[in-house]
Design a protein around this ligand. Sequence first.
Ligand code: NCD
Length: 298
Amino acid sequence: MYHIISIHDFEKSDLDHLLDRAKEFDTGNYRSRVLDGKLAALLFFEPSTRTRMSFATAMVRLGGNSISVDSVEASSIAKGETLADTIRVVSGYADAIVLRHPKEGAARLASEFATVPVINAGDGAGQHPSQTLLDLYTIRQSMPIEGLDVGLLGDLRYGRTAHSLALALSLYGVTLHTTAPGGLEMPANIALELRERGVEVVEHADVEEVIRELDVLYVTRIQRERFPDSASYYNVASSYRITPEQLSGVREHLMILHPLPRAGEIDPAVDRTPYARYFEQARNGVPVRMALLHEVMQ
Ligand code: NCD
């Protein structure tokens, strides 16, 4: 059975295969209703707009359907049911389970109890592999990923999109330039793993130092919901913001990406510059998730 839990489980050839498939789905090069009669269960125990809606859209576009649980309060988890029991039950209803959960490791645990494929749609501060695929897809639509200079800006400690993306990019020989508010640096185990994988990781106190050398700038939101208390959040809130002024002299092809939602890290005036690619990136969630769902359920 094919689960999609962590970027750790992927080799470069697996990622490239999924990206090639996504391109086929994007350009309409697939058999219509290829997942006719298939059902995906979307279990979202944390807020989501893009991820949940693009998985649901992808199922419908493939001729399948989805059922969903959108909150802990609305499910039997509120009555004390374990995730293992929920997963065993839902395995009996659907052909795949897409899970978002506040606890790191939840998707891996779910895959041990599921009798259908599990796709991790975000596990706490852990991983978010389907987001990474759409990030890579967006870059690859414009330029080869190999050898790029990629800036990662924001909450690299709790940001699961940054963890998954950094690990995936390590397979493409990129140089990573990281900038994070104090205390929100990339976790030591991930930084170590990146270096062991041969990635050059350069830390910058301010993105200004490096912005003119970047091919891609990946901006992330401070993950307020993961902070132990609001005081520690307010210490770092609003500590960085990309504005049009900061973009003078950047590479002509610079792509600014953001998994969204944004909460002030990118001035809306940046949207009108040619560097802003985050809405196109969000749109790419559909073909990429079509490829993932097809891969696990075909
Ligand atoms: C991200 C997530 O949930 O990790 N959102 C998304 O899926 N596009 C990023 C975030 O919430 O900041």
